[in-house]
Structure formats: structure tokens, C-alpha cells
Design a protein around this ligand. Structure first.
Ligand code: ADP
Length: 474
């Protein structure tokens, strides 16, 4: 089957969060099982700097924008059989950030990503790529199914749209339809209208042939007012084409047995290396290695439950454990977290984004904290488990699908109320088993559960086959 993915980030070429992990991994697995897979992403400055070896193609595409014609050049590389195509347009993408700079979103993000979507479709059409499936991810690629239905119906493919996080919908205030390559009549006609403004994700839900979210629980939750971000009614109405497919992680990247970022290696059968990784980390950061280490690696955004952490903070000092937070948020939030570090002797806060450090921290962690208010899937808890850290998580979305409490024969610590008190109570519950036989059994258990991409990719392909009528049984 010919499959094309369109997204705004793909690991390792660009990454701000879990979306990149998914788009960097899912296509490779699809290629591995014999499909013809292409991934289309923008060429950011960071990609160019880190991957100067990408091959410039002898072709260009143009997009009609209000000021004239905009030119895109294309670069290419192959990873494990999947083709990655990078769309270069320096005015739009040669910037220090991917979506924002100094905590401030770029004001022309709608133009950047709508032009990119149009360039992708122009390329597909003019190179006669003829995909069976065109799979767009998140609001940045939401116009793919919309443009395809309106302007590119001759690319006779089925469109799939994945909502990785419903909190980000590409809502445009005081922007014209023309600025995103559409006409006034499409405002209502193609379903972009959202309380008088433009909503690109909403239109994608309406126009795509299949809509997926990244966990079964989240697929249910988005149909409720509490989690639906005002689209719950629409999603409920479209439930017949909505499915939740649990994400997985790339076991070739996330493997404590081979991870190049770790000084020592280990597996479920022999955890002596994990102890050494922890000691090494503790020495480097001046922490007592005998104490349990509780780690969180995350965007410091409201979604991730940071208010619960800030509320619980005064109590953290009383816990006989060290806490390490690696993350980045707005300047204000970063400052609040830095404040924790100066007030609480057992809290370390590392502001910034570091892939290497994240691996070392997953390796060193005894427990992994994920108190999200909502969580479409969450990859961090899956990575943490793979590295032998016991999850402490809120009961929501993908966390509810992947972390079960030990009181119901599970392998983690789960709580529901969104309060600092509930979080702290659960942390104490977790700490109470640290070092016991039960704890060691849990570490082995979480390391052995299969959260790999193989399962997710196979399930996604089954949906593609059903959609394009290739599954003869249906
Ligand atoms: P989201 O996509 O909502 O940000 P996920 O848990 O799905 O959250 O994915 C987060 C991914 O980003 C994980 O791979 C995590 O390790 C990584 N990550 C988040 N913050 C940082 C950071 N500050 N430094 C390094 N990696 C990070």
C-alpha cells in the first residue's frame, strides 16, 4: 500500500514532543512490513544544522499565496525503508524555533503550516504519487484532508487525521480564509466555522475519512464536555469514524540494553546496570544515591499537572526522596519551578530540552511522575517503564490505558483527584514500597510489558486496509 504521512515534526529531524516520536517511528514500522511509505515535514533550521547530509532533489513546488508564488525546495533521506521528504521554505521555516520563540508563538503559524500542506499536495499531484492513504497529524496538517476534498479530489486517496492533542486546534481569530488558501464560501461549506472563528482541526474531523486519537480512553474522553475542548459534540456526532489506537515507543531508540546515552546498560534480568546509572547520575548532580529518585521529563504546561506539583511542593521537602524535573515552559512557569529548587533541598530543576539528559534520567529514575490533567496517550510513562521506573500517574487518557494501580493487580500508582494532596498521597504510597521485594518485582514487570510500535503500527494498517477496501473480509 502507498502511504503518505504529513506532519510538522518527525524525530530525529525535529521534535518538541510526542508527535515527533510517533511520526518518526510509525512510518518506519509500516515500511518494514512492506508498505511504500513517505513522510513529509518542513525543513527547519534545526534540521538543516543537524542533518547537513540530506539530499537536495532536482525539483521544486510552488504555492499560490496572497503575495504571489511561494517556492519550496525539497530534500530527501531514507530511514529504515521509509522516505522522509523535507519541504524547504526559508522565509517560513528558517527560524530559531519550531512553533515559537521566547515562549511566544509565531504570529504567522497559520500561514507557515497551511502553505506547507498545500506544497505537500502540489508535490503529490505533480509527481503523480497516487497514495492510497494520506495520513495527516495534528492541526498543523489539518488542512490536508480539507484541501484534498476541495482542490485535489483527483488524488483519489482516503484521508486519515490523527488528533495527538485536542488542546491544540489551530483556531484563528481575525484571520481571513484567504490567508490559509481557502475561499470565504468554505468557512461554512467545509466546516471551518467555530463560534464565528476559523478552526482548522474541526474541518479536518469533518473532511477526513477516518479520525484517530492516540489511545482508546482518550477517544472516549474527547466526546465529553470535560475533555472535548468544545468539540465534544462534533466528535460524538462523528464517533462512527473515530478510533483510539494506543501509541507505542521505538524500542530501537528506547532500549536500556543498548542506549548510547547511558554509561552502563541493563535489562529486566539483570538490573545491576540500572543501579550504576543511578549512582552515576546522583554523583554528577550531588544527590544521595541511596534515596529513591522521582523523575519527571515534560513540557512544563498546565496539561501536565504542574499546578498539582506546585501545590504539593511544600510537602515534597518532607518526603525521603529526591525529585528531578527536566522540562521547559513559559518564562513564568520556568521561574516558578526554579523557585522550587531554591526552596526545597531535595528538588532539582533542569530547565531546557535535552534528549541525552532525558535518556540518562529515565535510566536513573526509580519512579516516574505524570500527574497530567489530560493525556491523549503519553509516551514518557511508556519510556520510563521500559527503563524500569515505576509510574505514578493520574487516571486519564492514555495513562489510564497503560498504568494500572497495584491495588488492582497492576504495576503503578494511580490517582484521580486533581489536587496536590492526592498527588502527594500517591507519592507516599509509592515510596512506602521502595526497596521491597514487591518493588523489585514491579520493576521487572514494567520493563517486560510490550509497549512497542509494532502493535500500534499493525493496528493502524488494519484500519487503512479496511478504509481502502483492501481487506477482502470486510
Ligand atoms: P507531549 O507530546 O504531550 O509533550 P509525551 O509524553 O507524549 O508528551 O511525549 C513527550 C516526549 O518528549 C517524550 O519523548 C519525552 O521524553 C520528551 N521530552 C519532553 N520534555 C523534554 C525535555 N525537556 N527534554 C528532553 N525530552 C523531553
Amino acid at each position: 500500500m502507498k502511504i503518505i504521512h504529513v506532519a510538522s515534526e518527525a524525530f530525529p529531524f525535529s521534535k518538541t514532543g510526542g508527535l515527533a516520536d510517533v511520526v518518526g517511528t510509525l512510518p518506519k514500522r509500516m515500511a518494514q512490513i512492506g508498505h511504500d511509505v513517505t513522510v513529509m515535514v518542513p525543513l527547519y533550521r534545526v534540521t538543516r544544522e543537524r542533518y547537513p547530509e540530506l539530499i537536495l532533489l532536482d525539483t521544486k513546488v510552488w504555492v499560490d499565496v496572497p503575495g504571489g508564488l511561494m517556492e519550496f525546495r525539497l530534500y530527501e533521506t531514507f530511514v529504515d525503508g521509509a522516505r522522509f521528504l523535507f519541504f524547504e521554505q526559508d522565509e517560513l521555516f528558517d527560524r530559531s524555533g519550531i512553533y515559537n520563540e521566547d515562549g511566544e508563538d509565531y504570529g504567522d503559524n497559520h500561514i507557515r503550516f497551511s502553505s506547507f500542506c498545500m506544497a505537500c499536495l502540489n508535490f503529490i499531484k505533480h509527481h503523480n504519487l497516487k497514495p492510497e492513504i494520506l495520513h495527516a497529524h495534528d492541526w498543523q496538517a489539518a488542512l490536508i484532508p480539507v484541501y484534498q476534498k476541495l482542490y485535489f479530489s483527483d488524488i483519489g486517496c482516503k484521508t486519515v487525521f490523527t488528533i495527538h492533542n485536542l488542546a491544540f486546534q489551530g483556531i484563528l481569530y481575525d484571520k481571513s480564509m484567504e490567508s490559509i488558501g481557502l475561499k470565504g464560501e468554505h468557512f461554512y461549506g467545509a466546516g471551518l466555522e467555530f463560534y464565528g472563528d476559523i478552526n482548522m482541526l474541526k474541518a479536518a474531523v469533518l473532511q477526513a475519512d477516518l479520525v484517530t486519537t492516540v489511545s482508546p480512553k482518550y477517544a472516549e474522553e474527547v466526546q465529553t464536555p470535560a475533555y472535548g475542548f468544545k468539540l465534544d459534540g462534533l466528535l460524538k456526532h462523528n464517533a462512527h469514524k473515530l478510533v483510539g489506537i494506543l501509541n507505542g515507543i521505538d524500542y530501537s531508540v528506547w532500549n536500556p540494553e543498548t542506549d548510547e546515552n547511558l554509561e552502563f546498560h541493563y535489562h529486566a534480568g539483570d538490573l545491576s546496570g540500572k543501579e550504576k546509572v543511578k549512582r552515576h547520575f546522583a554523583e554528577k548532580w550531588g544527590l544521595d544515591p541511596e534515596k529513591p529518585l522521582i523523575v519527571m521529563i515534560s513540557r512544563l504546561a498546565e496539561q501536565k499537572g504542574i499546578q498539582m506539583i506546585l501545590d504539593a511542593a511544600p510537602d515534597m521537602a518532607n518526603a525521603d526522596a529526591n525529585f528531578v524535573f527536566l522540562g521547559d515552559g513559559t518564562p513564568d512557569i520556568n521561574q516558578q519551578f526554579k523557585g522550587l529548587e531554591s526552596e526545597l533541598p531535595n528538588v532539582t530543576v533542569i530547565i531546557g530540552y535535552s534528549e541525552a539528559l532525558s535518556h540518562q534520567l529515565y535510566g536513573a529514575a526509580d519512579f516516574y511522575l505524570m500527574p497530567s490533567l489530560f493525556e491523549p496517550c503519553g509516551l514518557s510513562q511508556l519510556i520510563a517503564m521500559r527503563y524500569g521506573a515505576i509510574p505514578i500517574a493520574r487516571y486519564t487518557g492514555g495513562l489510564a490505558d497503560t498504568v494500572k494501580d497495584i491495588t488492582v493487580d497492576g504495576w503503578g500508582f494511580v490517582f484521580d483527584p486533581t489536587t496536590g494532596h492526592a498527588l502527594m498521597h500517591t507519592i507516599y504510597r509509592a515510596l512506602s514500597i521502595y526497596g521491597t521485594d514487591q518493588y523489585h518485582d514491579l520493576v521487572q514487570k514494567v520493563m517486560s510489558i510490550d509497549f512497542s510500535w509494532v502493535r500500534s503500527a499493525n493496528e493502524t494498517v488494519q484500519h487503512y486496509e479496511r478504509l481502502s477496501g483492501m481487506d477482502k473480509g470486510v
